[in-house]
Write a protein that binds this ligand. Structure first.
Ligand SMILES: *Cc1c(COP(=O)(O)O)cnc(C)c1O
Length: 489
């Protein structure tokens, strides 16, 4: 299957490219993104066929329906990485919380956040493609805390790939920072930026657009690629678990085949819920997709009003930082799917030049047939963490935002799946505060406090972080990033 472009095609590019090309250079004409030309239809037959399949069997069959130009042995090798997750037989447990409410735990991978679900296999595939082509790639990553560790973990020691990871020096949890700065491999460079996540992100965007930087890389025989969720190589792995969850509900005899369910996703860059949307396009029985935001509620406002407005928007720092976002990249893929490339180009141009776009009433109606949205403040989130804990469930502040939408938007007679995107260990200070009122604790103290309060063990991989050697010490000004990267290369 080939991949086409959300904003149409300019004169310099071909109309469609292969999967490998789309993942090696993910930015398409006019700054658009790549999307599959069409989607395989799966339907009930596919679900029935996989009722007894393992996660890997399901994934392998699903990927084969996309007919991507990646050989089966590479796909197999990539999927084997799910064996490293907590439960070898099932990387994504579906836990019943109460009547009609289920939690899909996406955080059982090596870095304890949902980013591993896609970055683990994607990293393997990207490096295999680069090796086969005998090309060298530099992957630039700007992270607010979860993408960085997951990208470093997947690319460490991979041939033909180098990774530079930029993080806000004081903007991550201790655990997230330690996961990055202790990651020791000669092809990895981790740099702290004096500033916030937006500063790291805009520094990265400037580099991606800089002709002189790209030429410097060319002299070294290196091309640039990206590992954030604009890369379809991540999205494709984020379709699978939505289908897996539905199969789990069937296996647990909670639903009958064809019964519609809510999928409730804590959303930032819209990659996770885009996978859910694609699963729905492919025939998964979904009642509605619930978008849960924090106080940076740009997505909620889009879905409620049809207006994407960042003219006066200030990014707020919340307790769910992976969702602190103004420009949510993957919304563009939904616009394309619903309104086509001409309209998508128009809307995205409006966003770039006027910082606002407005859907027509008809367009909004189409969007609302699929999505509903609400946002959750930090204070509300804390209450949900506490009340879920009292019901016997320990969850992180991103997951907590879904409990608000669950309350305000879902019909309690229909089954709901809430996506849990991070383990409690990654955001322990927020959770300790919610559970015990403790303020200003360090991660190391908060972890112990929660461990005691909830009677759970701190996982060994988290405990050991505090004793590991710090190998990446650079903390620099934004202006010095380019110099620092070229020094590393
Ligand atoms: C990345 C992330 C999200 C947001 O996912 P998107 O695909 O960007 O919408 C939510 N929660 C956690 C913990 C994350 O790491």
């Amino acid at each position: 299957m080939n991949f086409i472009q959300t904003r149409g095609c300019d004169a310099n590019r071909v109309i469609s490219v292969s999967f490998s090309q789309a993942i090696l250079s993910p930015i398409a004409s006019f700054g658009g993104l790549y999307v599959p030309e069409n989607f395989p239809h799966l339907g009930e037959e596919f679900l029935s066929k996989h009722i007894n399949s393992s996660y890997k069997e399901l994934a392998s069959d699903l990927l084969s329906r996309f007919e991507i130009d990646i050989s089966q042995d590479v796909i197999d090798e990539a999927l084997e990485l799910y064996d490293k997750f907590d439960d070898v037989t099932n990387p994504v447990p579906l836990v019943k919380l109460k009547e009609n409410l289920y939690i899909s735990e996406l955080y059982h991978g090596p870095t304890r956040a949902f980013k591993d679900m896609a970055l683990q296999p994607f990293g393997k595939i990207l490096s295999c493609v680069a090796q086969k082509r005998e090309e060298n790639y530099l992957i630039l990553v700007a992270t607010s805390g979860d993408t960085g560790p997951a990208a470093l973990e997947t690319f460490k020691n991979q041939k033909n790939i180098q990774v530079v990871c930029l993080y806000p020096a004081n903007g991550t949890s201790d655990v997230q920072r330690l996961q990055m700065v202790t990651e020791d491999a000669s092809n990895l460079k981790v740099i702290g930026i004096k500033g916030n996540f937006d500063d790291a992100q805009s520094a990265l965007k400037n580099l991606l657009a800089s002709k002189s930087f790209i030429n410097r890389l060319k002299e070294r025989n290196i091309s640039l690629s990206a590992a954030n969720s604009v890369n379809f190589g991540r999205i494709i792995f984020q379709i699978i678990y939505h289908i897996h969850n539905y199969l789990e509900l069937l296996r647990q005899e909670a639903i009958g085949i064809g019964e519609k369910v809510y999928l409730n996703v804590p959303s930032g860059n819209f990659g996770n819920v885009l996978g859910a949307y694609y699963a729905m396009l492919m025939g998964l029985p979904v009642e509605k997709l619930l978008i849960s935001s924090n106080e940076n509620n740009i997505l909620t406002r889009l879905i409620q009003t049809g207006i994407y407005d960042i003219r006066d928007a200030d990014l707020k720092q919340t307790t769910s930082p992976a969702m602190d976002i103004l420009k949510s990249s993957n919304v563009e893929r939904v616009l394309f799917s619903l309104y086509g490339s001409d309209r998508t180009k128009e809307l995205m141009n409006d966003l770039d030049s006027k910082h606002i776009y407005t859907l027509t009433a008809k367009e909004l109606e189409k969007l609302q047939e699929i999505f509903v949205a609400d946002f959750c403040s930090d204070i509300e989130g804390k209450k949900y963490i506490k009340s879920a804990f009292n019901d016997g469930y320990l969850m992180d502040p991103h997951t907590a935002t879904c409990f608000k939408t669950h309350e305000t938007l879902s019909n309690p007679n229909i089954k709901s799946i809430i996506y849990s995107t991070a383990e409690w260990t990654k955001f322990s200070t927020v959770i300790a505060n919610a559970l015990t009122g403790e303020v200003d604790a360090k991660d190391s103290e908060a972890l112990k406090a929660i461990s005691k309060e909830a009677n759970v063990e701190i996982p060994e991989m988290i405990k050991s972080l505090f004793n590991k050697k710090i190998v990446h010490e650079s903390i620099i000004e934004k202006e010095d990033i380019e110099k620092e990267i070229l020094k590393f290369l």
